[in-house]
Design a protein around this ligand. Structure first.
Ligand code: ATP
Length: 277
């Protein structure tokens, strides 16, 4: 999916009146199948940018175009259909605690299924082979029948990513996919996302706190700070000086100390995912 943001700003509905927009007007074009990493200190607007691209938040000004179409100009049903082609993985995956991993992973396919087929699949998972193959890409094939609440935080995060491989999406929007993973698993998971997105022609926009990982695995880096686009460059041109400026007063984050992910209840998480379908 091709993305164009034209002078698009974003404001959260619950923001204080008069507060600056979480994302100041930004112009950004991303080609179909292109992988892009978004970096910047905590509060820079990375999640807000992903929510804007996921059509979870309308632009407060300017315009978003997905494949040349302004989603917010579409009738409601068509907007819903378009959302079914977007996959947003929030920082904390919205996985119902008592669900089996196989069901949670196959839920990635729900946007492409009829209501009846999706209800049936929740009771009797179909295509377990596809679920197992997706889990294997994240080294979790042995957890197919485990209950979600018996997984570690890092395993849950990888289950959330495995969902992407089953989603009928042309755009993956992945928010802090590696925050609960050790460095080896984080590198594997990141490589899997980038490789699979490329192989499928899926556009990938991922926000990352691991700056070195972003530079090593993504060809293009968008730097945000205080809701402003600081740079949009090939990874090879993101110099230490640019990073120092981006993370000034947040040097601990530049050197690997990602802030802990927010604690979101399963119910709240379901709300996030529901808005993004
Ligand atoms: N639901 C919300 N309601 C009101 N303001 C919000 C909301 N979510 C985020 N904000 C504000 O928008 C700004 C950008 O937040 P955002 O979550 O996009 O940053 P981020 O770069 O993803 O941060 P982090 O790395 O900590 O996840 C912050 O000032 C934040 O306080």
């Amino acid at each position: 999916m091709k993305i164009a943001l034209v002078a698009a700003a974003a404001r959260h509905p619950a923001a204080r009146p008069g507060a600056a927009p979480a994302l100041q007007p930004i112009t950004l074009r991303i080609a179909q199948g292109e992988p892009v990493a978004v970096i910047g200190p905590s509060g820079a607007g990375k999640t807000t940018l992903l929510q804007l691209l996921a059509c979870a938040l309308p632009p407060a000004e300017g315009e978003l175009q997905l494949d040349g179409i302004n989603p917010w100009s579409l009738p409601r049903r068509e907007l819903q259909r378009l959302r079914g082609r977007l996959f947003l993985a929030p920082q904390v995956p919205p996985l119902p605690p008592r669900q089996r991993v196989v069901t949670a992973v196959l839920a990635g396919r729900l946007p492409a299924m009829s209501l009846w087929a999706s209800l049936r699949s929740l009771l009797h998972p179909i295509d377990m082979a596809a679920a197992q193959a997706a889990l294997a890409r994240f080294d979790l094939a042995d957890k197919l029948f485990e209950r979600v609440d018996r997984l570690s935080g890092g395993e849950r995060q990888r289950v959330g990513l495995a969902r992407a491989l089953l989603a009928p999406a042309g755009l993956w929007l992945i928010d802090e996919p590696l925050s609960a993973l050790d460095p080896t698993r984080a590198a594997q998971a990141c490589a899997t996302l980038v490789d699979d997105a490329r192989a499928r022609g899926v556009t990938l926009v991922a926000s990352l706190h691991q700056v070195e990982m972003a530079l090593a695995q993504f060809p293009r880096i968008v730097g945000l700070r205080d809701g402003v686009l600081a740079f949009d460059l090939p990874a090879s041109e993101v110099t230490p000086a640019r990073l120092a400026a981006l993370y000034a007063q947040h040097e601990d984050e530049l050197h690997g100390a990602a802030p802990p992910p927010p604690v979101v209840s399963a119910d709240a998480g379901r709300l996030v995912s529901a808005t993004c379908r």
